[in-house]
Design a protein around this ligand. Sequence first.
Ligand code: CTP
Ligand code: CA
Length: 225
Amino acid sequence: LARGDLTRDLAGRHVVVSAGGTREPLDPVRFLGNRSSGKQGYALARSAAARGARVTLVAANAALPDPAGVDVVPVGTAVQLREAVLKAAADADAVVMAAAVADFRPETYAAGKIKKQDGQEPAPIALVRNPDILAEIAGERARPGQVIVGFAAETDDVLANGRAKLARKGCDLLVVNEVGERKTFGAEENEAVVLGADGSETGVPYGPKEALADVVWDLVAERLS
Ligand code: CTP
Ligand code: CA
């Protein structure tokens, strides 16, 4: 379909999009975080709403305005994001995990602010693994035929890494970005390859995040029909 065509191909569908980056608190004033702006996930939510879907946007720390007509669920940590995604996914036709989920969180949370001690080196920060939300929802689908989409930023052998990750996660589609200068983090534009579990490979040229969002929904809609 040409861009700009008025398609309501997601009418009657419920889709869930996660966006932004999780923050894992160390103490009341500090966290471990990442550079995800949330722009790609918000573009996905806007695009799906424009195509007629009911959209739940699970938003982790994105400083962006709520898209019109979208149900926004704000979250902070990976554990909170998991809860919100699992709840919304229960009756969803598709779930797109665009959020950058922290792989690790501090093992302990200090209820009071961590202070320097005179003449003492800082204590190391112990980390523990966070749950892998994408692998969990793809491995045990809330509904038969539910379409699950992941995102991955890769370096080096981008496609081989992407293929291996798609298989490991068990999702239907994986949007793979090459990380580099002016790409991905905070940028307005993006370039990607969308890998399908069916072996398909869809290149998306450098362009606005809206264009990549539309390609993702085209591929999701094909798999839903
Ligand atoms: N993801 C997730 N839960 C996690 C980590 C990642 O759901 N704990 C999702 C992301 O939202 C994304 C996809 O998995 O859609 C791939 O994330 P990525 O960080 O590339 O995957 P990892 O398995 O964490 O691999 P790596 O070791 O390369 O970071
Ligand atoms: Ca990761």
